[in-house]
Write a protein that binds this ligand. Structure first.
Ligand code: BEZ
Length: 223
């Protein structure tokens, strides 16, 4: 039985580069088709265990407070909860009141767990019914670019999610990578595969050589 569960879970789990599953669902903003909602934008879809719970309340509050930051990056945000729509609507008022925000992103009412199962948001050995704190960043090509999984007891850091999105958007446009704790406008890493001559040509802002495989350049412009 355990083996079967593990096998089933493995089949369901989404990995980097996989296509994000499409779905149509009831949400606090009406019926939404996920791909239509995303359009050509980047997307974040994230689950939490239950409505009217403290950590989840702070998480959705922080996401709402960062709405302008997500907008600036062209990222559409949508939350998933296996609770029903009427419960979401009441809880949303609580979030707005207690976190001093205005939740504008949709919250999916995933009572039958369609979305939770599509995205492998239920981890049976953590809870057979509640979704864990899953988060997926999806690119404009509908491919999964980031997966995060946190337990129910630990709230996520949505500033970190924005930081990763900055890196994903930069590295989608330029052949660079971003070092540990990198933040927007800080130096980035030149691929080791480039010769020094090629690197000098490709990165006119200059290069800083630490050794043959660790070389930095100022962040290329994103726009
Ligand atoms: C919370 O959001 O506080 C929470 C939800 C489910 C389990 C544990 C904590």
């Amino acid at each position: 039985m355990q083996n079967l569960l593990i096998k089933k879970h493995k089949i369901m789990s989404l990995q980097l580069g996989d296509t994000a599953p499409d779905f149509t669902a009831e949400t606090t903003e009406g019926k939404i088709n996920f791909y239509e909602f995303l359009g050509d934008n980047w997307g974040v879809i994230f689950s939490h265990p239950a409505d009217y719970t403290p950590v989840c309340t702070t998480e959705l509050g922080r996401t709402a407070a960062l709405q302008k930051e997500f907008d600036k990056r062209g990222v559409k945000v949508i939350a998933v909860s296996v609770d029903p729509l009427d419960k979401h609507l009441g809880w949303r008022e609580d979030i707005n009141k207690t976190q001093n925000v205005n939740v504008e992103f949709p919250i999916i009412a995933d009572e039958d767990r369609t979305v939770a199962n599509l995205y492998g948001m239920i981890h049976p050995n953590a809870s057979t019914t509640a979704t864990v704190r899953s988060l997926f960043v999806i690119g404009p090509d509908k491919k999964i670019k980031l997966t995060l999984t946190y337990p129910a007891s630990t709230g996520r850091n949505f500033t970190e999610v924005l930081r990763v999105i900055d890196s994903l958007q930069l590295t989608a446009k330029h052949t660079v990578s971003t070092p540990v704790d990198w933040n927007y406008e800080e130096d980035v890493i030149i691929p080791a595969a480039l010769s020094l001559e090629e690197a000098n040509q490709k990165f006119p802002k200059g290069i800083k050589v630490v050794n043959s495989y660790l070389r930095y350049t100022p962040q290329p412009d994103l726009s």
